[in-house]
Design a protein around this ligand. Sequence first.
Ligand code: TYD
Length: 216
Amino acid sequence: MNRTPGLFITFEGIDGAGKSSHIETLAAEFRSRGRTVVVTREPGGTALAEQLRSLALNAPMDALTEALLMFAARRDHLQQVIEPALARGDVVLCDRFTDATFAYQGHGRGFDQAVLSELERWVQTVPALPAGVLRQPDATLWFDLAPEVAAERLAGARVPDKFEAQPAEFFRRVAAGYAARAAADRGRFVRIAADQPRDRVWAALLQAVRSRGWLG
Ligand code: TYD
């Protein structure tokens, strides 16, 4: 539960699902209603976390190292950017967060989910929340797209990073991971069918945010 004045919305989905293109549009929607918006991403969002991103996305490493880098980046990002913004009452729109770690490192790489939960507990314990309550997004917009369609969209688009270069089977596991996370937390997750034309995806997203009373 978020007891701070701001609003924390994350965007999730497999590579190629098309989430990133909607983040700035949603930011503009909030700004036009007078809200201050911080648009950020994970891994990244601070100078240190961007350095960790570049390592995690490019250097070969084992799954534990990868998970530790993701959570290290997240800790810095929470402390430097997300928590101060939420305390000010800003809207934080974040391209990926912990669900990506469970989907990519947990389901994709097959890394121990109990260890990820433990790291989540360490990293997302913040002074603004009572003991035992972790910082979690108020809503997670999950762009759900079949891995085969996402792969077609990505093909030839740019030089793939370490994750984008993974085989189709990896993305099937990641997609299943997101579906499992969504099923386990239906209150937080909003499923956006990402196989529709862009304007339909946007309409669905806007409707989901409006229905929660966040855009007046
Ligand atoms: P992405 O968010 O897709 O950014 P871009 O649009 O610039 O490619 O790239 C981040 C990649 O990092 C993506 O492949 C998913 C991966 N990732 C993890 O494996 N674990 C994590 O915890 C996070 C946040 C991202």
